[in-house]
Write a protein that binds this ligand. Sequence first.
Ligand SMILES: Cc1ncc(COP(=O)(O)O)c(C=O)c1O
Length: 458
Amino acid sequence: MSFYPPEPFRIKMVEPIRLIDRPARQIALQDAGYNLFGLHSDDVFIDLLTDSGTGAMSQNQWSAIMEGDESYAGARSFFRLKEAVNEIFGFRFFVPTHQGRAAENILAALLVKPGQYIPSNMHFDTTDANIRARGGSPANLVIEEAFDPTNRHPFKGNMDIQKLRRFITETGVENIPFGMITITNNAGGGQPVSMENIRKVSETYREFGIPFFIDACRFAENAYFIKMREPGYGEKSTLEIAREIFSFADGATMSAKKDAIVNIGGFFTMNDETLYQAACNELILREGFPTYGGLAGRDLDAIAAGLREGVDEDYLAYRLGQTAYLANLLLDNRIPIIEPPGGHAVYVDAGKFLPHIPQSQFPGQALSVELYIEGGIRACEIGSVMFAYPDPDTGDMMFPKLELVRLAIPRRVYTQSHMDYIGGVFAKIAKQKEKVKGYKFIYAPPMLRHFTARFAPI
Ligand SMILES: Cc1ncc(COP(=O)(O)O)c(C=O)c1O
């Protein structure tokens, strides 16, 4: 029996949810082309599609919203956010953006030229696509343990330093405008990166004169994992750990929809003044004036409050404890998952759970559909639908190493009984899993196809 941490909050406002009956779920799914992104949220009972922008804001954040200064330029809200960003990230400059991918777009637009390469532990889909959209090639250099779902390495998001060195020497420094690391590693199971690894990655990039940017969406969860797991950090506060992480980098892109617990927002922060000026110009062209960056003043205030709440250790203990609780429920039912569980989500190893479905028939997609049919649960495929692309040289389909289904847990939204319900639905599917069938594309756009593709059962 695993431990469920009591929530360090009580509930003041509720949002009704309902489970529509099975025939209605089947019709909803057909109408959506078997793509869970196409469902109406009213037809979803428990929504684990993403933890991005789906968290519950606190009374503090809602009251900060009332303080929002909607001045076009120089708003008080901007300076309050600047203070919070400085407190945690400590880079010299920052610009707000409407979400994380807008920050990535600016970074890629300014620095990536066709034919160049951007190494990381693993790029998330939007970073991957923003680099490709500028003619660049993302390179994923995570440690091999990341691909072994049952290997309980404490920092499976770490970059393989030998692979990185080899990659830099073989590719040539002149072809690498910057390097990245994603904390935690969303595409690889929400796994944390250790401080030691961040330091070594930074030293390697610096040795070769390559600027280093952190994809920082889940920096607070990563910092808390370091506190819990890395020798020498147990006595440090999460805030101190976060500051140390960023001291190793030249800048960061941030989706505030994750660890700043807001429904919209992000930012791009950096030390280089020339880059900052160029970012302001890009921002003005596409997002808005540099003191609001495509957001309302009230959004900036909500982010400022949320950033501070995101590093609160009572909250983080509950947050990671809830994820671990769901992971243990699945393991109790012999559902293969990525172990140990990450911070924001439990990743089910759909390839292993449904071995009769080949990668070309999308086992992760098949399991996601089944979760909805069986229990009204919406999850997200992170496998071949998202990441299988033809090799640009040979045209052969390159499949990802793992076929996963991500159960992302919105922050401060669901309770223990919701987790128990999810465990029960998995137990039912497990009993008849041989009957689950694969899927094929009916329509697929060239990039980020998981959002709008349509499927048919095989
Ligand atoms: C690791 C990572 N980077 C970047 C992004 C993009 O952020 P946004 O959805 O705010 O554009 C996400 C979103 O899920 C993410 O998980």
